[in-house]
Design a protein around this ligand. Structure first.
Ligand SMILES: Nc1ncnc2c1ncn2[C@@H]1O[C@H](COP(=O)(O)OP(=O)(O)OP(=O)(O)O)[C@@H](O)[C@H]1O
Length: 480
């Protein structure tokens, strides 16, 4: 929203650092629930950083907002929409508020009542405050010792920051009911307003291929982010996500990751070729600039319209791939430089647009990217560069065979009268002598490829790039 539409975003992320599951695990591990929650919070933040997910403006923890939560519940009770029980629980009275309940998911508060096996009045009533069980972490409240229910945390935290109007609320699709419905009910009663949240963006679930169930902790059909990142990059994951609608379910499989990698590869390859063309290293037939300018302008319009249409990332990526297709089509390499005019600016504009598109989506391409890994990788880059330059000189020498007697090196030159047959023989002899040099160049290229260092011999120069797991990480090019 910020990079494509210039809208400033203030994002608050709530951290549930106390709930039934945390308490249960903490008891098993004999640690305090809050300490356990901190460990996972830190782990979560690191995973998000590794995926290049931007952090929210602020994180807000439930245990640091207990007085605000209690006061929020008190207001709901005094507005007549919640009741406390003799057991020290407080529930939201869904039925008596009935009219607006289910606005998001069309759940009817009067139907599907489960059997009530607690002290609440109706099955759909939900806990705002839970009385403490023995040995449980708890806080004092007007209803006795206890802790907040899950839904009330989010209503309180978002209201504490944004007041009675929230622009966008996000979450997984499984949270629409009951979590978000309950949040709406609480907030609209608390603020006494007609509409608290303007938009709810629900993300679709990640599924593992072949499984009807979503990926989840309890089903143990998951892959951790850390394990995932051992095999694939965050860019690859991002491309995988971008190819579908955020609101649809996506299927995770080796093939879908492979498709994502191939797309990234195609983009990198185009950027490299376009870079080489701009620098004059890739010699091409004249380019139809007018067509490319028009394509670029159309792509910009399509991308903006796609994002404005509920973030249709797959349409936006398809438009970029189409632009790349047309950019590639015009880059028809020729072996001899006929001095055709070059259209560097249009290719520069295309690269610049594509790079900024992906950078806004947290991905990076191109040789302007600074090598990761600090000093060592800078040294490694210089060493590879020297090696490739040396190989290029050797290769050019090995290939530079004289066409005629004039071009034969001085020491082996003979007179212009020398018979043609003799010249041919000399050429053949030179080819035989220099063949081992070319073989050595080829085998060096093959050996380096095994380390992911790919050398491309272009007309006048050789360029190189590091391809890791199918994706370009760093690439530099040298003029001869
Ligand atoms: N497969 C999934 N794809 C995308 N988001 C998910 C998926 N599973 C859970 N989420 C989201 O992650 C957050 C945490 O959900 P939750 O703790 O219920 O995950 P879970 O793995 O299903 O847990 P459990 O198996 O213990 O019920 C929620 O916002 C939820 O919408």
């Amino acid at each position: 929203m910020t990079r494509f539409f210039g809208i400033e975003v203030i994002m608050v992320m709530g951290i549930t650092d106390i709930d039934d599951k945390i308490i249960k695990r903490a008891n098993e591990m004999n640690v305090s629930p809050v300490a356990l929650a901190r460990i996972y919070e830190e782990d979560f933040k690191q995973d998000m950083a590794a995926l290049k997910v931007l952090p929210p403006t602020v994180y807000m923890r439930v245990t640091e907002n207990i007085p605000q939560i209690i006061s929020f519940i008190k207001t709901i009770i005094s507005n007549g929409q919640a009741y406390a029980t003799s057991q020290g629980n407080v529930y939201f009275d869904v039925k008596s508020w009935g009219k607006r309940y289910g606005v998001l998911t069309a759940v009817n508060p009067h139907t599907q009542d489960e059997a009530v096996d607690s002290d609440k009045r109706h099955g759909k009533d939900f806990a705002l405050w839970k009385a403490a069980k023995p040995q449980e972490l708890s806080w004092n409240s007007p209803w006795g010792k206890g802790r907040p229910g899950w839904h009330i945390e989010c209503s309180t935290i978002s209201s504490a920051v944004f007041g009675k109007q929230l622009d966008i609320h996000t979450g997984g699709i499984d949270l629409a009911f009951p979590h978000h419905e309950n949040e709406i009910a609480q907030c609209e009663v608390y603020h006494q307003c007609e509409q608290w949240g303007n938009y709810f963006l629900h993300s679709g679930h990640l599924h593992v291929k072949g499984s009807k169930e979503k990926m989840s902790k309890s089903l143990k059909n998951y892959i951790t982010i850390k394990d995932f990142l051992k095999k694939c990059s965050s860019d690859q994951f991002r491309m995988f996500c971008l190819r579908g609608r955020y609101s649809s379910a996506v299927e995770f499989s080796e093939e879908s990751m492979e498709d994502a990698k191939n797309l990234l590869q195609a983009i990198s390859s185009f950027i490299r070729d376009a870079n080489a063309y701009i620098k004059g290293q890739l010699v091409c037939d004249p380019v139809r600039e007018d067509i490319l300018w028009e394509r670029l302008a159309n792509t910009k319009v399509t991308v903006k319209a796609a994002f404005a249409d509920d973030f249709d990332t797959s349409r936006a990526v398809a438009a970029i791939m189409d632009l790349i297709h047309h950019g590639n089509r015009q880059l028809k390499a020729v072996t001899k430089d006929a001095g055709s005019p070059r259209s560097s600016v249009v290719y520069g504009s295309i690269i610049s647009y594509i790079e900024s598109f992906f950078s806004a989506l947290g991905m990076s391409f191109g040789e302007r990217q600074v090598a990761v890994g600090g000093d060592k990788s800078a040294v490694l880059t210089s060493v590879i560069e020297e090696l490739v330059r040396f190989r290029m000189k050797v290769r050019h020498y090995a290939l530079a065979l004289p066409e005629t007697a004039d071009a034969v090196p001085v020491e082996s030159a003979v007179g212009a009268e020398e018979p043609k047959q003799e010249q041919k023989e000399k050429r053949k002899q030179l080819m035989r002598e220099r063949k081992p040099l070319l073989e050595a160049c080829d085998s060096l290229r093959g050996d380096l490829a095994a380390f992911g260092i790919h050398i491309k011999d272009r007309t006048a120069v050789s360029t190189w790039e590091i391809v890791e797991g199918g994706q370009t990480e760093k690439q530099t090019e040298k003029k001869s």
